[in-house]
Design a protein around this ligand. Structure first.
Ligand SMILES: NC(=O)c1ccc[n+]([C@@H]2O[C@H](COP(=O)([O-])OP(=O)(O)OC[C@H]3O[C@@H](n4cnc5c(N)ncnc54)[C@H](OP(=O)(O)O)[C@@H]3O)[C@@H](O)[C@H]2O)c1
Length: 296
């Protein structure tokens, strides 16, 4: 069976992808910062702690493992951190991607890079793969710069852009929009949630199913993998509150101007996923369907 290397394996997307690839019978080489937080004990899984910004840690792993496919999910993903630590963000999101791509060129056949709706300025919304990018934040700029580097390679490549990914938080993992809303409401904590930023929230299991379709089909090019519904974080919070019969009155509707955050967020993003539906067979579920699956 084919060997696939996944960076960022301790992250929200990486750990779901590793789980799916193992289920599907792949040999998985998972890398993450520090010890493994993957709760998986599988003979097909090898984990290496590796810092992607290190000049040759990943190269040594690539030389040893020679994976057929590389999925690069590791990144500095917190937009405000990237804004405040621009050099670190560039090292991690751009320079490390360039180095990993060069390593992959020696050993691998296919490179899949994870990117973001933050490459857009949020004036239009429901973006297609051919819409012009114009990031507002340093995070978005670094991801776009890395996308451009990925596109220069002679090997087969794909870029999967995704948007507001949600799923259960890992025990030691960072929270995400779903776990943050649910945990606060369960603890009876009031939350302020913005109602003027539109997104197509993406269930992490749908996203990794889409990544698997790209890998299987060696589907080159840029792909928008998002959920099927456009909504705001505020509307999402109400949907979650109703689903779990939690107190909707704890959710206060605010606008983005309420918060002074270092990184500017695009107002209207969300993806038109027609291309992925048509060519990959990507078929994400509705938010309500996915909440029911989390509980099942
Ligand atoms: N989540 C979203 O809503 C979203 C939306 C659009 C695009 N994306 C993209 O999807 C990809 C996966 O994101 P995610 O949601 O899984 O984010 P995440 O949970 O923050 O995972 C990213 C992982 O990268 C690791 N990492 C960061 N710097 C590293 C370094 N120097 N060396 C090794 N590992 C490092 C982090 O390690 P630690 O756990 O130790 O910090 C983390 O486990 C990213 O490329 C992101 O840009 C995500």
């Amino acid at each position: 069976m084919e060997k696939i290397l996944v960076t960022g394996a301790n992250g929200l997307v990486g750990r779901s992808l590793v789980r799916l690839l193992l289920q599907e019978g792949y040999l998985v080489v998972a890398t993450g910062r520090g010890d493994s937080r993957l709760q998986a004990d599988d003979p097909s899984l090898t984990y290496y702690p590796a810092d992607i910004t290190h000049p040759f840690e990943l190269q040594l792993i690539m030389e040893k493992e020679k994976p057929a496919v590389v999925v690069h999910a590791a990144a500095m993903t917190q937009a405000d951190d990237c804004e405040l630590r621009q050099n670190d963000a560039h090292l991690c999101n751009v320079e490390a991607t360039a180095r990993l791509l060069m390593d992959a060129e020696s050993f691998s056949a296919f490179f899949l890079f994870l990117s973001t709706d933050f490459v857009f300025d949020g004036k239009k919304g429901m973006y297609t793969e051919t819409d012009a990018e114009s990031p507002l934040s340093w995070y978005g700029s670094t991801k776009l710069e890395a996308e451009a580097i990925v596109q220069t390679t002679d090997m087969s490549w794909a870029i999967a852009r995704t948007c507001l990914v949600y799923g259960p938080a890992a025990e030691q993992g960072r929270s995400n929009i779903f776990s943050w809303i649910k945990d606060n409401l369960q603890r009876q904590q009031p939350i302020k949630v913005v109602d003027d930023q539109w997104r197509t929230p993406t269930w992490v299991e749908d996203l990794v199913a889409g990544l698997l379709l790209i890998i299987r089909q060696r589907a080159m090019g840029i792909w928008h993998l998002g959920g099927p519904q456009a909504t705001t974080p505020y509307q999402l919070a109400l949907t979650i509150a109703r689903h779990y019969r939690l107190d909707e009155n704890l959710v206060t509707r605010v606008t983005a101007a309420t918060f002074s955050q270092p990184a500017k967020r695009p107002l209207l993003t969300g993806f038109d996923i027609s291309k992925a539906r048509q060519h990959l067979g990507f078929s994400p579920g509705s938010i309500e369907e996915n909440l029911a699956k989390i509980d099942a």
